[in-house]
Design a protein around this ligand. Structure first.
Ligand SMILES: Nc1ncnc2c1ncn2[C@@H]1O[C@H](COP(=O)(O)OP(=O)(O)OP(=O)(O)O)[C@@H](O)[C@H]1O
Ligand SMILES: [Mg+2]
Length: 368
């Protein structure tokens, strides 16, 4: 059959079902809403729509044919999606878009539009073929999921803020406790100092002085605890650095040369007092026993953070440890007991000349 110049596929599609082209019949009968538009006509109007399209939109064929597809759009249709479709039509490309469309009764549905140009042999676009699908359920449930997600995220943010506030409150409280402990220790120190002044026996006075130094060392531990932003960890490296300066300074000795090779080294805050007291015993021993009778010398403090355990060595170049140790001294038994408590180990070795005391202890496993 010879086709006239203005022959159109749409004419074929207007044939009643079963009488024309079997593909045309299929397009008419399918449950998928479909339209064909004719770009050769003004404003690219719909020239064919199937039954399913009429059912989807609520319009009759007469109300559809001859109109541009935009009659399905409404105030809430997304402008960006519309312009994407417009650009695809202008440039002759396929396009997929989910559009909010309006039925005749103004109710809305989400339309999954798939539009593609149909070209003739010479490449000219003869039609645009558009299939549609009501995907309201999918889009609405996606929206519901997105809304839920936003709600959950908001709730998580709120709870995180609550937890952060609770943690800040706890930090403040703990700092307050450490502050008070430090103040009480300072007060105990002042009371002991008053007592020392009334004691004539130099031996007893010296013993009380040693006690005072221990109380002072504990006060320094608590001061550092409440000044730190870290609740779980205590920087023993910085502590021993400052304590060594304090102890040498308090001795009034300018002939003891202090060498510090220290760095930050963290232990669990729970072990701070015990380790702090041990270091105080070792440092005061060096001042008392290594440099007594005005003997000058060198005192070194080295913090080693290279191994899995923390190591601090305090070495002097005094006379070295006596072969027989005093058995009833408080210092040594304090070190033994506190070391057990802090899971630390103290070892003494000859420094030729002098003494080296090394304590090895677990480092804090808490990350900042
Ligand atoms: N660095 C040192 N150099 C030389 N001798 C030391 C050193 N450290 C300790 N000693 C010796 O070990 C002894 C025991 O020390 P320990 O700390 O137990 O007792 P103390 O210092 O004499 O008294 P305190 O009970 O007040 O500490 C000391 O009396 C001293 O003789
Ligand atoms: Mg001692």
């Amino acid at each position: 059959m010879k086709q006239s110049d203005d022959w159109h596929l749409t004419d074929a599609l207007h044939y009643d079902q079963g009488r024309g082209d079997p593909f045309a019949a299929a397009v008419r009968a399918t449950r998928m809403p479909m339209v064909i538009t004719d770009p050769a006509k003004f404003d690219n109007p719909i020239v064919f729509c199937n039954e399913a399209f009429q059912q989807l939109t609520g319009y009759d064929r007469e109300e559809i044919i001859g109109r541009n597809c935009r009659f399905l759009q409404g105030p809430d249709t997304d402008e960006a999606s519309i312009s994407r479709v417009r650009v695809a039509i202008q440039s002759g490309h396929d396009v997929e878009a989910d559009l909010l469309n309006y039925r005749k009764d103004r109710s809305t549905f989400w339309n999954a539009l798939y539009l593609s140009p149909v070209r003739d042999e010479s490449g000219i676009i003869r039609f645009f073929f558009a299939s549609q699908m009501d995907v309201s359920e999918r889009v609405l449930s996606q929206q519901a999921i997105t809304d839920k997600k936003v709600m959950v995220e908001r709730e998580v943010d709120r709870r995180t803020a609550d937890l952060r506030a609770a943690l800040e409150a706890k930090t403040l409280l703990l700092h307050e406790v450490d502050h008070r402990v430090k103040n009480n220790l300072t007060m105990i120190g002042s009371l002991l100092r008053l007592q020392v002044r009334t004691i004539d026996d130099p031996d007893v006075a010296a013993k009380l002085d040693s006690m005072l130094e221990r109380v002072d060392a504990l006060a320094v531990v608590h001061r550092q605890l409440y000044q730190s932003s870290d609740l779980a960890r205590f920087d023993l490296g910085t502590f021993v650095h400052n304590l060594a300066i304090d102890v040498v300074g308090a001795s009034g000795r300018t002939d003891i040369h202090l060498h510090l090779d220290t760095r930050q080294l963290y232990v669990d805050a729970a072990h701070a007092s015990a380790l702090g007291l041990i270091l105080n015993e070792i440092l005061t021993n060096a001042i008392k026993h290594a440099f007594d009778n005005g003997k000058s010398g060198h005192l070194s403090v080295v913090v080693d953070d290279q191994s899995s355990m923390g190591i601090i060595s305090i070495c002097d170049d005094g006379p070295g440890m006596p072969s027989t140790k005093r058995t009833r001294s408080i210092g040594t038994s304090l070190i033994t007991r506190l070391a057990r408590q802090a899971r630390a180990e103290a070892t003494w070795r000859d420094n030729a000349p002098g003494t080296c005391v090394t304590i090895t202890f677990p480092r804090s496993e808490t990350e900042t």
